[in-house]
Design a protein around this ligand. Structure first.
Ligand code: NAD
Length: 437
């Protein structure tokens, strides 16, 4: 099939590459000329494991193309996938300006029947708005389908190639058949393609992210309780997770959820509900707990250093909001860096992939209060403490003797529970983690 993917970010680039890999002819469109120029010269704008290799293969075999020419993309393709960003507006609702801009372009340039797929995460009712926007500009028959995306950054290719399920919201039989064909190569092991009405499909995405965020905040509250009552959250987690009704996934405590999806999607579903007169009490608490959790390590640091961080140097391992990505959107590390610097501290940070994003995020303090290091041990020189913010595999089994030797003090504040407290004790490292003695 001939597919145009509009918006070449984490979702669009992965979806486009995977659809091309399944044999389709795909053009990825973006308004960001710099991004498209880079892609056309063989440079991949994001870090996602496995993406580079798959992308190059499909470019070489002439199934995957990149352009800024939306007109040609709409004219030449039957399927148009909208994968642009839907960032939060000031009031928490999803900002649909990019989605509607694409709808306008589809309306302007449609030269026949098209299937327009909303893959961006959009509030209930957006498909109707997309339809209305397209209709303003064309008489052509256009089917608008909701097809939310569930991939996780860091494992995006695997998730896309082998999804747990594919959700299709449509009221058009022809579009349904086209969608089933498009996804057939990805569900060969029998994973379900669940076809439903458009509004339910739109809500399914928000409800899924909302329950995942809820699990995280719930476990963070339990971890904080563990500290108070002298229990160990890792034991509690294992005990809970072996119950099949609960399951072992997504119940790891930490320094709060971040990323480009959970924070904004929780906000957006709360806003949608409030527009319909419903107060989502659980989710408001989920947000509140998460905001609090993002500063939990600051409390531990302040208590250890008796609120005097002036002139202290902290090593930070991990900047990305989770491992295996270069994405720092809403990463807990951002607030931590600002809070530490606000109290007069200096930071020596290292992330295997996110240093580049940190450079533009922190231009005001870069190479002054914040120094970035390409190698993890280089960031330790003369530090008063090591702070772990992201659970990259490379941080799981470091040379603790070298850590002790290089740092001024042997202290670790671990926001991801990477190390064994008993072992730290034996190594004579002062060790503080989440929800453990
Ligand atoms: P992103 O910010 O990485 O990429 C969005 C891209 O769209 C950018 O390259 C931007 O230049 C481009 N764009 C904006 N307006 C455009 C227009 N009018 N025409 C063409 N291109 C345009 O965003 P993302 O992380 O890929 O997320 C995209 C959507 O998918 C969001 O709604 C998000 O909530 C959802 N989603 C994201 C993830 C994730 O893990 N990132 C997972 C599932 C769903």
């Amino acid at each position: 099939m001939k597919v145009a993917v509009v918006g070449t970010g984490y979702v669009g680039l992965v979806a486009g590459t995977c659809f091309a890999d399944a044999g389709n002819e795909v053009v990825c469109v973006d308004i960001d000329k710099d991004k498209i120029d880079k892609l056309n010269s063989g440079e991949i704008p994001i870090y996602e494991p496995g993406l580079e290799e798959m992308l190059r293969r499909n470019v070489k075999q002439e199934r995957l193309f990149f352009t800024t020419d939306i007109k040609a993309a709409v004219e030449n393709n039957l399927i148009i996938i909208i994968a642009v960003g839907t960032p939060p507006d000031e009031d928490g609702s999803a900002d649909l300006k990019h989605v509607l801009a694409v709808a306008r372009d589809v309306g302007k340039y449609a030269n026949g029947f098209k299937v327009v797929i909303d893959k961006s995460t959009v509030p209930v009712g957006t498909a109707d708005k997309v339809k209305a926007e397209i209709k303003k500009h064309t008489e052509q028959e256009i089917a608008v389908v909701s097809n939310p995306e569930f991939l996780k950054e860091g494992a995006a290719l695997e998730d896309f190639m082998k999804p747990d399920r594919v959700i299709i919201g449509t009221d058009n039989a022809e579009a349904e058949e086209i969608m089933r064909n498009l996804y057939a190569p990805f569900v060969r092991t029998g994973k379900p393609v669940i076809v439903m009405d458009i509004r339910s499909a739109e809500l399914t995405k928000y409800a899924s992210n909302a329950i995942l965020a809820t699990k995280i905040s719930f476990m963070n509250e339990m971890a904080n309780l563990c500290e108070k009552v002298g229990a160990n959250i890792e034991n509690v987690r294992r005990g809970m997770g072996s119950d099949r009704r609960i399951g072992p996934y997504f119940i790891f405590p930490g320094v709060g959820y971040g990323g480009s999806c959970f924070p904004k999607d929780v906000k957006a579903i709360i806003k949608t509900a409030s527009e319909y007169g419903q107060d989502l009490k659980i989710l408001r608490s989920v947000e509140e707990v998460n905001e609090r959790q993002k500063t939990i390590l600051m409390d531990k640091i302040n208590s250890y250093f008796k609120n005097d961080l002036q002139g202290k140097t902290f090593t930070m391992w991990g900047l990305a909001f989770k491992p295996n990505t270069d994405d720092m959107r809403e990463a807990p590390a951002i607030g931590m860096i600002r809070a530490l610097v606000g109290q007069g501290a200096k930071i020596q940070a290292h992330d295997p992939e996110a240093n580049k994003e940190a450079q533009w995020r922190f231009t005001d303090i870069l190479d002054k209060e914040l120094k970035l290091f390409n190698k993890r041990y280089d960031a330790l020189e003369n530090a008063d403490a090591l702070i772990i913010m992201t659970e990259w595999n490379a941080f799981r089994e470091p040379d603790f003797y070298l850590i002790k030797e290089t740092m001024k003090n042997a202290v670790i504040f671990d926001g991801r529970n990477l190390y064994n407290p008993e072992r730290m004790k034996k190594l004579e490292i002062d060790y503080y983690s989440i929800g453990r003695p």
